[in-house]
Ligand binder design. Structure first.
Ligand SMILES: *Cc1c(COP(=O)(O)O)cnc(C)c1O
Length: 338
């Protein structure tokens, strides 16, 4: 069986599990799924340029993190795992907690104490235990790792567990299928921990190796200037000793564990890293909402980066980006910007 049996795929339900040959082998009965994925790909105008946006804020728990959660938790379910822990800036915690609830697996989530209240409430509602950690995202990760090393629990990390990336790679599959099994020239993605960027990179590589697409798109990683360690690395700037808060909480990762891999992915695809200001994030958040796209500031940050990338283009390109998370989770933060 080929990795991408296109005729078979076309006949299957519009979910990310339609690419099952390219996903980890999990029995149908063991899948932990809400029939998620195959999100709409819609045209969007940025300045004079028409781009396409994947509406990944429409996933069951409100962000693209469900791509990784459905595959990772299906694996955990198949292995008979009873309890998982995870650390997150919010959305990955919501996704793992939601899918743990679906599977009937016990779950504990570590989050920074300043995470949006809606995400904390959502994690609570799924029945997960929640541990609020003072300090930045790095402090939360350390607290979770020391918990994992002293307890006999499965680490359902979206950063350290390769199965999560097995799910996020479906973004690339869906984009190419929705474009008639062709790759776009450029894909603009968030660059925090890189779970989407590195997953998508793997997905495009899979398709190229299978001979389905002929080139791998340029990958453009977007950061917020207030917390931009990758951008600093990209341009060869010295890292500051501390970072400022940003509205883009989902990508405020001071020391990204997979930073080198993300830089390599952007380099190898002839891509780039862009950092955007808080003003530009706010401006794009409003522009998106005024066209009916109510997303969280982290998602708007990516589109602000897309706008900057598009502004400096000299020739036309087919560009795809993604709206990563719903605005409904960030009401308090958005209200402050209003
Ligand atoms: C997690 C997340 C991101 C960034 O993903 P990384 O894996 O950290 O690069 C972007 N947007 C939203 C809404 C997220 O939840």
């Amino acid at each position: 069986m080929p990795l991408f049996p296109l005729d078979l795929i076309a006949k299957r339900a519009p979910t990310l599990w339609r690419y099952e040959e390219a996903l980890p082998a999990i029995a149908h009965t063991k899948r932990v799924t809400f029939q998620e994925g195959f999100t709409p790909l819609l045209p969007y105008r940025v300045g004079k340029l028409e781009v396409m946006l994947k509406l990944d804020y429409l996933f069951p728990t409100g962000s693209y993190k469900d791509r990784g959660a459905t595959v990772l938790m299906s694996h955990a379910n198949q292995e008979g795992i009873k309890e998982v822990v995870q650390d997150s800036s919010g959305n990955a915690g919501c996704a793992i907690a939601g899918y743990a609830a679906r599977a009937g697996i016990e779950c504990t989530i570590f989050v920074p104490a300043n995470t949006s209240p809606a995400k904390i409430v959502q994690i609570n509602m799924y029945g997960a235990k929640i541990r609020l950690i003072e300090g930045d995202r790095d402090a939360t990760a350390s607290a979770c790792k020391s918990h994992v090393s002293t307890h006999n629990v499965y680490y359902a990390s979206h950063v350290h567990n390769a199965l999560f990336f097995e799910g996020t790679k479906t973004l690339a599959y869906e984009i190419c299928e929705q474009l008639g099994w062709q790759a776009p020239d450029t894909v603009v993605l968030p660059a925090g921990n890189g779970t989407l960027l590195l997953g998508a990179y793997q997905g495009f590589q899979d398709l190229a190796q299978a001979g389905i697409i002929t080139k791998i798109p340029k990958l453009i990683g977007i950061q917020a200037q207030n917390c931009a360690p990758l951008y600093a690395l990209w341009v060869g700037k010295e890292l500051p000793t501390s970072w400022l808060p940003t509205a883009a909480e989902g990508i405020a990762i001071p020391t990204p564990y997979l930073g080198d891999k993300m830089i390599a992915a952007m380099r190898q695809t002839n891509g780039a890293c862009i950092a955007v200001s808080e003003d530009d994030i706010k401006k794009q958040l409003f522009q998106l909402a005024r066209q009916g796209y109510y997303v969280e500031p982290t998602a708007a940050c990516v589109i602000a980066g897309l706008e900057e990338y598009a502004r400096n283009l000299t020739k036309s390109e087919k560009i795809v980006s993604v709206l990563t998370g719903t605005g409904l989770k960030a009401t308090e933060k958005i209200q402050l910007l209003l």
